[in-house]
Design a binder for this molecule. Structure first.
Ligand SMILES: CC(C)(COP(=O)(O)OP(=O)(O)OC[C@H]1O[C@@H](n2cnc3c(N)ncnc32)[C@H](O)[C@@H]1OP(=O)(O)O)[C@@H](O)C(=O)NCCC(=O)NCCS
Length: 262
């Protein structure tokens, strides 16, 4: 097949931080092709090596050429769709991994690792160097660096705290079979079989009351002490506002019908 464009061959012999556009794109492709998992490849300083680009229906266009190209398209009676202006393209314009459903493709950046069997609904978002290990339902935001275990469900509009801005420095992960409820959020890692009540945002410093089986107070601790622990249910007591944590009796199962079309 002939091409009007020059091909760029990029070889990585060491895993140094990316310093050129081809190196950065290659590393993002490796993630989205599931050849490496988040955190398995050095992406330090990747923003500095990527220009901000208009990603359009005519392909990537430099921003200083965009208005001219838009006029050109209009003169030809065409419509140039500017899908996003970003350093990262939409993943599915370059890589479509097998066995996934993505309702709104612009919400998944190149460099996302989307595991086989993942469904991402319209509210879902996956950043680069982040993603899902396998079957998952994603209706919330998977921030850069966050990796979600098999069988977990991120409810509508929920948030996983990233480390790229705002001072957060704890790298978050979500274990297997977790449920982060709608509009909830986490600033600590969750182990397997954890549930966070809808609407509850747990930050690392949140004071959490540990309860026993009979809802008696055991002690008061900071959420960061529960970082990565398994089998926990977090909720905000609706009568007194206290954030509580107890053993999770009902770990979730993903809805089969929602996944049958992947
Ligand atoms: C936290 C959550 C998982 C608890 O659900 P559950 O395990 O089914 O618990 P139940 O609602 O059966 O409640 C068990 C008991 O705890 C009590 N309880 C539940 N939430 C409570 C709260 N926030 N404060 C005080 N008591 C609470 C119930 O009243 C009930 O008391 P009882 O034993 O006296 O009857 C659920 O409320 C939730 O937030 N689910 C998230 C769903 C979601 O967002 N999905 C994603 C959709 S996009």
């Amino acid at each position: 097949m002939s091409s009007k464009r020059d091909a760029v061959l990029t070889l990585l012999t060491t895993d140094d931080k990316p310093t050129t556009v081809p190196e950065a794109y290659l590393k993002l492709h490796l993630l989205s092709h599931r050849l490496v998992k988040p955190h398995e490849i050095n992406l330090e300083g990747i923003f500095a090596s990527l220009p901000n680009i208009a990603w359009t229906s005519d392909g990537p266009i430099d921003l200083d050429e965009l208005s001219e190209k838009q006029l050109e398209a209009r003169r030809e009676g065409r419509w140039l769709n500017v899908k996003c202006i970003d350093k990262f393209p939409v993943m599915t314009d370059y890589v479509v991994p097998s066995g996934v459903r993505i309702a709104h493709t612009a919400r998944v950046r190149l460099g996302a690792y989307v595991g086989e069997g993942t469904t991402i609904m319209h509210e879902g978002f996956i950043n680069f160097n982040a993603g899902t290990a396998g079957t998952s339902m994603i209706e919330g935001r998977v921030s850069a660096g966050v990796f979600v275990g098999e069988g977990s469900d991120l409810g509508g509009g929920c948030s996983t705290m990233g480390t790229l801005s705002g001072g957060g420095n704890v790298v978050i992960s979500v274990g297997k079979q977790c449920l982060i409820g709608a509009n909830a959020g986490i600033g600590i890692a969750l182990g397997d079989n954890c549930t966070v009540e809808a609407g509850l945002y747990i930050t690392a410093g949140t004071k959490v009351t540990l309860l026993d089986e009979n809802n008696n107070t055991v002690k008061l601790i900071k959420a960061r002490e529960l970082n990565g622990q398994t089998g926990l249910l977090f909720r905000r007591n609706s009568t007194n506002g206290t954030v509580e944590c107890k053993s999770n009796r009902s770990a979730i199962e993903l809805n089969e019908a929602l996944h049958s079309h992947n």
